[in-house]
Design a protein around this ligand. Structure first.
Ligand code: HEC
Ligand code: HEC
Ligand code: HEC
Ligand code: HEC
Ligand code: HEC
Ligand code: HEC
Ligand code: HEC
Length: 264
């Protein structure tokens, strides 16, 4: 996937260099399609039409990536960001608003998100995934659709780091430790795919490959000896015992209170 992204990035660069003006939309050329949601008989009215009744949402919304969405050909005043998720709002407003009145609520069903975020949809269909499609979890537990930062959970505290959005539900892995694993500083997503993965425990890589991304495996001092060193320690015999964390060795991958080497 990373390779594909890099390729898309390269493609973007080429396009931007040659055309010079489609920078914003290009960042997600292949992953995000913008297809307007449909509500039978309703038309798009623009964000300002929601202001009178949902003032706070419209106020804070300007910084959201969705605020930039425009539907080509839609008859409307101003931006159509609100309606990119909630569908065209004319009928909702005509009847004076109200719950379940001609408006889509993606908090109840994220299907509308998937019409544009195809890649995210595919991720939630992988063998290991957060149970969003099953209706046990929701996008808004990790993404604030209305606020300044869509990468934070909605109604959350002022969360400083991505890790803290996982902390609401995963206390054990997010608590502080005497011996921290520095890999945690880059966030949970260095090792876990937040939506879904083909690997157990939502891991981005399998087995030792996960750890060897950062901890290089080097030949010992006497190359002929066939020794393998990891982190300045001879691992030749240890590796025969099994995987880095699955063998009962570095089982405290999220940090340890007992041993610098991440043992329990
Ligand atoms: C990225 C998609 C997205 C965009 C864009 C968006 N919303 Fe929402 N909206 C949601 C989701 C998801 C929920 C459900 C939130 C929940 O269940 O906590 C929601 C809920 C709401 C609700 C119901 C709140 C409640 O308490 O029941 C209102 C009103 C609302 N949005 C208005 C707006 C307005 C106005 C805008 C534009 C300024 C907007 N939304 C833009 C996704 C979006
Ligand atoms: C005339 C006032 C009014 C206007 C204008 C209005 N709404 Fe609403 N809306 C309401 C009321 C009242 C509710 C029900 C109470 C609530 O959830 O806040 C509601 C509820 C909602 C909900 C929750 C629906 C549900 O089933 O849970 C969403 C989403 C929403 N509005 C989006 C919008 C969007 C987007 C716009 C602009 C296109 C808009 N509204 C314009 C009055 C209005
Ligand atoms: C009408 C199409 C459309 C719908 C529906 C839609 N999005 Fe988006 N979304 C976009 C576009 C376009 C962007 C900005 C371009 C990009 O970065 O992909 C975006 C950006 C995002 C981002 C930030 C991506 C980034 O890399 O910064 C998140 C998170 C997101 N959307 C979540 C949601 C959620 C959650 C829903 C449903 C509640 C939703 N979207 C519904 C089109 C849509
Ligand atoms: C368990 C928390 C969680 C849930 C639930 C979740 N996301 Fe995400 N999402 C994340 C995190 C964390 C990232 C940032 C990933 C990164 O930086 O590598 C992300 C990134 C994204 C992006 C940017 C593109 C990408 O994949 O990096 C989009 C779009 C997105 N999410 C959409 C959604 C939609 C739509 C839903 C609901 C159907 C959803 N997410 C549910 C945590 C979550
Ligand atoms: C709203 C609660 C919630 C949030 C927020 C949340 N998760 Fe989860 N997580 C769950 C649930 C529910 C499961 C599924 C548990 C199960 O199937 O037994 C799960 C499963 C997992 C698993 C797999 C566990 C296993 O035993 O297979 C990992 C890894 C994980 N989450 C990491 C994360 C990360 C990283 C984040 C932040 C980006 C996050 N979670 C945010 C609720 C949450
Ligand atoms: C250095 C890589 C790495 C980082 C960073 C990381 N994890 Fe993990 N995580 C793992 C590995 C490896 C496992 C599987 C351990 C096993 O199978 O014994 C795991 C397992 C889990 C599980 C399943 C728990 C269980 O008992 O099986 C959850 C939940 C989880 N991690 C959440 C998180 C959260 C939340 C963060 C961020 C605060 C995070 N992880 C950061 C590597 C990491
Ligand atoms: C994102 C990079 C990254 C990943 C992935 C990663 N680590 Fe680390 N790890 C570090 C950094 C940085 C340190 C601190 C500097 C050092 O000791 O190399 C560290 C330290 C350690 C230490 C303590 C070393 C010492 O002597 O103090 C152990 C043990 C360890 N990691 C094991 C693992 C295991 C097991 C995995 C796979 C589950 C893993 N690491 C994955 C970056 C990473």
């Amino acid at each position: 996937m990373n390779l594909r992204r890099a390729a898309i990035g390269l493609l973007c660069l080429t396009v931007v260099v040659s055309l010079g003006f489609i920078l914003v939309s290009c960042s997600s050329l292949e992953q995000t399609v913008v297809s307007p949601p449909i509500i039978e008989g309703a038309s798009f009215v623009g964000n300002q039409a929601c202001y009178y009744c949902h003032t706070n949402y419209v106020r804070t919304f300007a910084a959201s990536p969705h605020a930039r969405i425009h539907f080509e050909g839609a008859k409307m005043a101003g931006q159509s960001g609100c309606e990119s998720c909630h569908g065209p709002g004319s009928l909702h407003i005509q009847v004076g608003g109200g719950s379940g009145k001609f408006i889509i609520n993606p908090g109840k069903d994220p299907a509308v998100c998937f019409t544009c975020h195809l890649e995210t949809h595919a991720e939630f269909n992988l063998p290991q995934h957060h149970p969003v499609i099953e209706g046990k979890m929701n996008c808004v537990q990790c993404h604030d659709p209305h606020g300044m930062d869509i990468m934070k959970p909605a109604r959350g505290l002022a969360m400083a780091r991505l890790n803290e959005s996982c902390a609401q539900c995963h206390r054990e892995q997010t608590k502080p430790h005497v011996f921290e694993h520095e890999a945690m500083r880059d966030g949970c997503v260095t090792c876990h795919s937040p939506h879904g993965s083909i690997n157990a425990k939502l891991l981005v890589d399998r087995d030792n490959n996960l750890c060897l991304k950062c901890h290089a495996q080097t030949p010992g001092p006497g190359v002929a000896s066939g020794q393998i060193f990891i982190g300045h320690e001879d691992h030749t015999d240890k590796l025969r015992m099994g995987g880095c964390y699955a063998s009962g060795c570095h089982t405290a991958v999220h940090g340890s209170d007992i041993d610098r080497r991440l043992f329990y």
